[in-house]
Design a protein around this ligand. Structure first.
Ligand code: 9MR
Length: 558
């Protein structure tokens, strides 16, 4: 029995799935809801006729107990025996989860010791001070010859590895800032219990600032270009941050990194305007940095990051994550839109208008066009009338995307996630979360509750209503990953992994070639093993849309 293992919203859709043994005939299944503590049956019902899982052929029966509206802790049982693990039905079932998925960023902080007071049993020493970072020969210039160094401390580790990548920080920061900008008041009271808590700034912004300051240091102040990443030459072993003393490099400046940086800095500047007293000068610095980055990009419109080519030319070779992106149209539109929203400057308008030529997509690190849609929709009312045609076109295209998600569900689990085989890529769980984010924006635009229900359905997917039976967030649910590909979780000697982290999820390409994948089927290709980096790693850009999804569901109840 697959349920959302964390819980269901009292007023929301409540669906569980029974995957039938291969021998079973396709007749509907009878199910009982019982009190987790007692034996009383509180609801009973019959599933819809079972449907085949398009990836495995297995039949699954959808049990919809949405008509049940009493808060409590329950199990769903079958007459043939077998019950689900207990789950809750509650007005607000995701309070702890919403905090934990944001707190996860504290656990990912680079250059900082995590103190027991804030990190509990996951406390650890600082690593990677990044105060002496070498300019890689690929990034050398007259002003910055080989052998010179910069300081770029702080920021978050990208994922299970110990490197810091601007492109991936770009989408992550935007997603977290979207969550803040959409509902600033919600975050006033959400404390993650970090060293900055209580300093008068909401913790989501405190956490964002930790990475923002690192990003600022990744810009060459002389020309405005931004280094693609800060990295060791190769991936480090499974050791704690403090044990890794490898040399650190900043590599080649790239147009993608510089435009992502410009977009992030423009959005940050807008947000930080309201915090000028607490953070004097920062909003202005961010805007200045954004404009300078934009100038650099205009002068270097297509410098791609091609790690393979770079390694043929320069030493030492760099073999860590590439985040190479050969399509920059979306980065141009996104940066232009954020700069336009923050400054109102006409010079960004033509690049921003080009957005309407791009059909929106579910965001990923390499495709950020839809981040521009999100920000533009947020300020649509302020522009009342003036840009009506542009906004009408964006809205039409955006709702077309949301509808295409609704119209191609994964019938076997009654989720939007999985409706297409291409959903099951490296980081498929972030596809589910980003689809949820798209659906929540569609809901905000239309107030059509189908969109919100579908977004919540994808959260159910992530928390257990899926073909693997795992809740994919560490520390949440009755069966969650214990062995993520996350160096501190492996090396710290603590049984439980660092909590609040979303693992990558099913990925039949299995690039890690680890043993133990139970199946080649797209929706089942997941194994909870730390060698399985293609399905069981964690990453900042995967947690961020989950932060958005969980917390915006909380902030905006029906
Ligand atoms: O999330 C990235 C995925 O889309 C790519 O297919 C994959 C291979 O290039 O890289 C993933 O990103 C990894 C990055 O390169 C290094 N840090 C860990 C990231 C998550 O696995």
């Amino acid at each position: 029995m697959c349920t959302n293992q964390v819980g269901y919203e009292l007023q929301g859709k409540k669906i569980a799935v029974v995957v039938l043994p291969v021998s079973e005939k396709s007749s509907p299944v009878h199910a009982y809801l019982i009190d987790a503590e007692g034996e009383d049956t509180l609801w009973q019902g019959i599933s819809q006729p079972p449907v085949a899982d398009i990836y495995t052929g297995r039949l699954s029966a959808i049990i919809d107990f949405s008509s049940f509206h009493r808060a409590g802790k329950y199990r769903l049982c079958l007459p043939t025996g077998g019950c689900s693990a207990p789950f809750v039905v509650a007005e607000d079932p995701y309070a702890q989860l919403g905090t934990a998925v944001l707190k996860a960023y504290y656990f990912l902080r680079c250059s900082a010791a995590l103190l027991p007071e804030y990190a509990g049993k996951w406390a650890r020493a600082a690593g990677h001070p990044d105060t002496v970072v070498y300019i890689h020969p690929s990034a050398a210039s007259a002003g910055r010859p080989v052998g010179s160094t910069i300081a770029a401390p702080g920021g978050w580790y990208d994922a299970g590895d110990y490197n810091k990548y601007i492109v991936n920080s770009g989408i992550t920061m935007a997603t977290l800032m979207d969550a803040y900008e959409d509902q600033p008041a919600y975050w006033d009271t959400l404390n993650t219990h970090i060293p900055e808590t209580g300093n008068g700034i909401p913790d989501i912004l405190n956490e964002i600032l930790w990475n923002l300051r690192w990003m600022l240091a990744m810009q060459d102040p002389q020309d405005g270009g931004v280094y693609h990443k800060l990295t060791s030459a190769e991936f480090d072993g499974f050791e704690m941050p403090s044990a890794d003393h490898s040399l650190r490099f900043v590599v080649q400046k790239s147009t993608a990194a510089t435009l992502d940086f410009a977009a992030v800095m423009a959005q940050a500047s807008r947000i930080l305007q309201a915090w000028k007293r607490q953070l004097p000068g920062l909003a202005d610095s961010c805007l200045h940095a954004a404009e300078k980055a934009w100038e650099w990009a205009l002068q270097h419109p297509a410098i791609l990051y091609d790690q393979h080519k770079m390694n043929q030319q320069f030493h030492p070779p760099i073999t860590t994550g590439a985040y190479g992106d050969n399509h920059l149209q979306d980065e141009w539109c996104w940066a232009a839109a954020e700069l336009w929203l923050t400054t109102g400057n006409e010079r960004y308008k033509s690049r921003m208008y080009a957005l309407a030529e791009l059909q929106p997509t579910v965001p990923t690190w390499s495709d950020v066009r839809t981040l521009a849609y999100f920000s533009l929709f947020r300020f649509q009312r302020l522009h009342a009338g003036k840009y009506a045609d542009f906004y009408a076109r964006l809205q039409k295209q955006f709702l077309h995307l949301a509808d295409s998600l609704l119209h191609h569900p994964f019938a076997a689990f009654a989720t939007v996630m999985g409706g297409r085989r291409s959903d099951f890529v490296w980081g498929s769980n972030a596809v589910a979360a980003n689809q949820g984010m798209v659906l929540l924006y569609a809901w905000k635009l239309t107030r059509n509750s189908q969109y919100r229900q579908a977004a919540a359905g994808n959260l159910d997917y992530l928390l257990g209503r899926n073909a693997t039976g795992y809740s994919f967030v560490t520390g949440f649910g009755t069966r969650s990953p214990m062995h993520p590909h996350h160096r501190p979780s492996v090396a710290d000697g603590v049984r439980e992994p660092v909590p609040g982290l979303l693992v990558g999820g099913p990925n039949p390409a299995m690039q890690d070639h680890c043993n133990g994948y139970p199946s080649l089927a797209a929706d089942e290709a997941y194994v909870d093993d730390n060698c399985a980096y293609a399905c069981n790693e964690i990453a900042i850009n995967w947690n961020a849309p989950l932060v958005y999804l969980v917390n915006m569901l909380r902030a905006e109840r029906n």
